[in-house]
Write a new protein. Structure first.
Length: 89
């Protein structure tokens, strides 16, 4: 499913879903989940980092998160990043 910028869920909403589903999260992903809690759109900033950087770092550290929710949310985040012009595999 491809989404456009106007259809994207807020990153903070996605982060809350991650927190509910991934118990306990991998310690390397936790700072990025927490950062996403304060972000709305992929073009936002988290201090000196772009929201896109935060999401990409989360995805890098989320390899151990498994299951239906994990697959769906990771695909959603990748689609959001792609819609911002970043090519992902």
């Amino acid at each position: 499913m491809t989404t456009t910028a106007t259809e994207d869920r807020p990153l903070s909403q996605i982060a809350r879903e991650i927190q509910r589903d991934w118990r306990p999260p991998y310690y390397g992903a936790l700072p990025y989940i927490n950062a996403m809690m304060s972000l709305d759109q992929i073009k936002d900033m988290f201090y000196a980092d772009t929201a896109q950087d935060v999401v990409l770092r989360f995805l890098t550290n989320a390899a151990t998160w498994r299951g239906d929710t994990a697959r769906r949310v990771k695909a959603e985040l990748k689609a959001i990043v792609r819609s911002n012009g970043y090519p992902l595999k």
